[in-house]
Design a binder for this molecule. Structure first.
Ligand code: DX5
Ligand code: ZN
Length: 219
């Protein structure tokens, strides 16, 4: 069986203790840290930006999996690259030219992710799949943690996995939103390689992060 990776979303962490929360993720066996960046424009919520990522960078060696829900995203890529992002994921609708934005992320030697909202079609990124390291399938409408998983997006995961095989490509498939101990199995079976999870990791089992990561990995 393939090894599933876990990318906990710090959106559900205690924001007054972010350095410690990230240490707990590292000790708990997280494979990376998912950072949700929201601008109050592309999505109806505001979170954190480059200065916070920069401050956190020295607290961990874990990869920073930075999910940009901001528009227009292009002009901010440099700031996130310099702040210490390792993977920079953008939404195709949030840039005027997806090719240019992918190129810009690569100029900073960062891994490139592209993300599809539940209603967004694969066609939006189909021609770019050979240039990306990761495809992030949203299983909730982006903007908030703690929402309900939308199972219909698993069809998109399956199609994506098939395209990857057909074209002999190597990108990872990541899923984000409403992942819990009940639905993670179906996501993995559909072809997901990386599970993002906020609420389940930080709030289940009285916030026992290690236990929750172990449980998600063992399903
Ligand atoms: C939603 C974010 C997600 C989300 C994950 O816009 O991109 O990363 O916060 O949190 P849960 O697991 O609580 O849905
Ligand atoms: Zn996210």
């Amino acid at each position: 069986m393939k090894k599933i990776q876990i990318s906990p979303s710090i959106l559900s962490a205690d924001f007054s203790q972010l350095g410690n929360e990230i240490k707990k993720l590292e000790e708990g066996g997280a494979d990376m840290v998912h950072v949700d960046v929201m601008d109050g424009h592309y999505v109806p919520n505001l979170t954190i930006g480059p200065p916070v990522i920069k401050a956190l960078r020295k607290h961990t060696k874990l990869l920073f999996d930075v999910h940009l829900m901001i528009s227009p995203v292009h002009k901010y890529i440099e700031d996130f690259a310099n702040a210490g992002a390792d993977i920079i994921t953008i939404h195709p609708e949030a840039t005027d030219n997806l090719q240019d934005s992918i190129k810009k992320i690569k100029e900073f030697n960062k891994k490139v992710g592209v993300s599809l909202n539940p209603e967004s079609k694969l066609e939006l990124i189909e021609n770019s799949l050979d240039q990306v390291d990761l495809v992030l399938i949203m299983s909730v409408n982006p903007g908030f943690g703690g929402q309900k998983f939308i199972p219909e997006v698993l069809e998109k995961v399956k199609k994506l996995k098939q395209l990857r095989t057909d074209r002999k490509l190597n990108f990872d498939i990541e899923i984000d939103g409403g992942i819990n101990f009940e639905n993670s199995k179906s996501a993995i079976e559909a072809g997901v390689d990386i599970l993002v999870s906020g609420t389940t990791i930080f709030k289940s089992n009285n916030g026992n992060i290690k236990k929750n990561i172990d449980l998600l990995k063992s399903i």
